[in-house]
Design a protein around this ligand. Structure first.
Ligand code: CO
Length: 187
């Protein structure tokens, strides 16, 4: 299996090079993406494919349930680099319907590392418990929570000093909250 993957890499590289000579040399020289994608780690959603963009066109950070933790050095470093070095113009927080991470945040069972990670989603859900009780259908309930999670993460992103400072100095920076459906491939 692994050899298979390595062979696929060689084939891909050769095909790409044949299609567009100098492709890799040009890419290696610099990256200047206009977009920064914060998405879920789900293996079915890859930013470049969904957006129809080539390598070099979108900077990417992914974690389970696309959470913006304001104490997460990993995501903060990536946001800082995207905003201050790459100077991306658009940050897209993209969730997806049927997210397993969001689903996990809705169950009462606790104890794994993942539950700590998902705590902001659990807390948000608890806060709106009465509203959610009005949505009896489980899939609808989860999907609505996936949408609300995106909204919360965009707000958290907007409140980071990195974004606040960028706006204070007049930098062009737009935040977007999007959601993706695996069923039809549409945003
Ligand atoms: Co997910």
């Amino acid at each position: 299996m692994l050899n298979d993957v390595l062979q696929r890499n060689r084939d891909w590289s050769a095909a790409r090079q044949a299609q567009e000579p100098g492709y890799f040399t040009r890419l290696a020289a610099q990256q200047a993406p206009e977009f920064f994608w914060i998405g879920c780690s789900d293996s079915r959603i890859t930013a470049n494919d969904v957006l129809g963009l080539d390598p070099g066109e979108v900077f990417v950070h992914r974690n389970i349930a696309n959470v913006v933790h304001t104490s997460d050095m990993n995501i903060l470093s990536v946001i800082e680099y995207a905003v201050e070095q790459l100077r991306v113009e658009h940050i897209i927080v993209c969730g997806h319907y049927g997210c397993g991470g969001v689903q996990r945040a809705l169950v009462t069972e606790r104890g794994s590392m993942l539950d700590h990670w998902l705590q902001p989603i659990s807390m948000l859900h608890r806060k709106h418990r009465e509203t959610f009780a009005l949505i009896p259908d489980e899939a609808c309930h989860l999907d609505r929570m996936c949408e609300i999670n995106v909204e919360m993460q965009v707000r958290r992103l907007a409140q980071t000093p990195i974004v606040e400072n960028a706006w204070a100095r007049g930098q062009e920076l737009n935040l977007h909250g999007w959601i993706y459906a695996i069923e039809d491939g549409l945003l």
